[in-house]
Ligand binder design. Structure first.
Ligand SMILES: [Zn+2]
Length: 116
């Protein structure tokens, strides 16, 4: 178990779904226990919110635009997409070989992928 404590303003390396890479993130808010509750990517300004270590929201920055959602494509956890209705999303879970949960803003939606 990590017992590391963070403070707002700290920079931490974190995986950014929009950059599709590990980038430096600036911590915006922390919980009473020193856990990150929101942080933003220094490269593209995409901000993510967390609850108990789980990502609960993502707001796209102005840096990179992810590829459009394509149900024929196969997605991995953490991958970003741009949906024509819901906007910028991030895959939070692969449920079944052809079903994924994607976080749009603060709403998780179930989408299909890997469709032939
Ligand atoms: Zn980024």
């Amino acid at each position: 178990m990590k017992t590391e404590k963070y403070a707002a303003g700290d920079s931490v390396p974190m995986f950014c779904s929009a950059c599709d890479d590990e980038t430096s993130h600036t911590i915006q808010t922390v919980t009473k226990l020193g856990k990150i509750s929101s942080a933003s990517c220094a490269t593209c300004q995409t901000s993510s919110t967390f609850k108990a270590g789980v990502k609960t929201g993502v707001t796209a920055g102005k840096g990179k635009v992810p590829d459009p959602y394509d149900r024929k494509r196969k997605y991995k956890k953490g991958q970003a997409m741009m949906h024509s209705h819901f906007g910028h999303g991030e895959v939070t879970a692969v449920l079944e070989p052809q079903k994924i949960d994607v976080l749009f803003g603060d709403t998780t939606r179930r989408l299909l992928h890997a469709q032939d």
